[in-house]
Design a protein around this ligand. Structure first.
Ligand code: CUA
Length: 331
């Protein structure tokens, strides 16, 4: 059997590797085209508008190039002059760009500003590299997870405590910038129940890609139950081990950065931990909220999120065990 030259084998391997890399982008975890609410459907509509417009423009250009390649040079020396250049370079953009502008402005006016009716206010503040989430009318402060009720409009007010971030929930809502010293508004008309991934869409430093959050759209009854639980102060530790865990938390100085309602811990530099055990992830969507990951995060945050502002906490095994038990009880 004849063997193929090494250069051919290398070229084929490179082609396979390139296709895997390119096609890998087709299986994104989240996509604006998987719209789960009217805002996202409006944005997906703009996407399709621009896509088909680009297809038409591309087809016109391709036809012009083919015509130019196949056209015989006129024997008389008389051609069409600069007409193709004028059509392709001036007339076509002059027709297309206003259409793009009109389609975009139409969508922006539909989804921007405060939604009509009985909207739920949700304030989101960006920090390196986590999100503070506040419900001013409900008296709830949490982090890295936004619960909203299905079917109800949401009025987002966003800002930043340090640098510019951008909140993007691809399946529910377009991007909105979180700018220090400025409050931006955005609305979400309604959404279907489910768990949606959201990301920071503005480069904000070392851990920009690990600044994620989960948006959980609950049925209205589930949301009310969640809000009622979140309004309560932290559960007092029932066991001796739990009380020891709270002591470890306070002695290690965790309370100077984190708040746990109902305890002396009232720091505001890091996420509120009052109901930490109810959250699905740790370190802003980076790792699942399990005992093992929580232990690793406390002992060595840099191994999970290099550059994270949380310092490593040195603990004896007995202290760590008690602390984990206490934190896991913060329902
Ligand atoms: Cu925050 Cu990128």
């Amino acid at each position: 059997m004849p063997t193929r030259p090494a250069s051919v084998v290398r070229a084929r391997r490179a082609a396979v590797a390139a296709s895997v890399a390119v096609l890998g982008g087709c299986s994104a975890e989240t996509s604006v085209l998987d719209a789960a609410g009217p805002n996202a459907e409006r944005i997906a509509g703009v996407w399709w508008w621009l896509f088909w417009l680009a297809v038409v423009v591309y087809a016109i250009f391709l036809a012009a190039v083919l015509a130019a390649v196949t056209r015989r040079r006129s024997t008389t020396g008389e051609g069409t002059g600069n007409l193709p250049v004028i059509l392709g370079g001036v007339v076509l953009p002059a027709l297309v760009l206003p259409v793009v502008l009109f389609v975009n402005f139409g969508a922006l006016s539909d989804i921007g500003g405060r939604p009509p009716g009985d909207a739920l206010d949700v304030e989101v503040t960006g920090n390196r590299w986590w999100w503070e989430v506040t419900y001013p009318d409900l008296g709830i402060v949490t982090a890295n997870e936004i619960h909203i009720p299905a079917g109800r409009p949401i009025a987002f007010e966003v800002t930043s405590d340090d640098v510019i971030h951008s909140l993007w929930i691809p399946e529910l809502m377009g991007k909105i910038d979180l700018i220090p010293g400025k409050v931006n508004n955005h609305s979400l008309m309604s959404a279907e129940p489910g768990i949606y991934r959201a990301v920071c869409a503005e480069y904000c430093g070392l851990q920009h890609t690990k600044m994620q959050l989960r948006v959980i759209v609950d049925e209205p009854g589930e949301f009310d139950a969640w809000a009622a639980a979140m309004r309560r102060p932290a559960a007092s530790p029932a066991s001796q081990d739990g009380r020891r865990g709270l002591d470890v938390f306070l002695e290690a100085g965790c309370g100077s950065c984190h708040t746990i309602e109902g305890t002396p811990a009232n720091g505001e530099l890091g996420p509120a931990l009052t109901h930490l055990a109810r959250r699905r992830t740790l370190a802003a969507g980076t790792i699942p909220n399990t005992r093992g990951h929580l232990a690793g995060w406390i002992l060595n945050p840099q191994s999970v999120k290099q550059g994270a502002l949380m310092p490593p906490i040195k603990l004896l095994p007995e202290e760590l065990h008690a602390l984990l038990g206490y934190l896991e009880g913060l329902e």
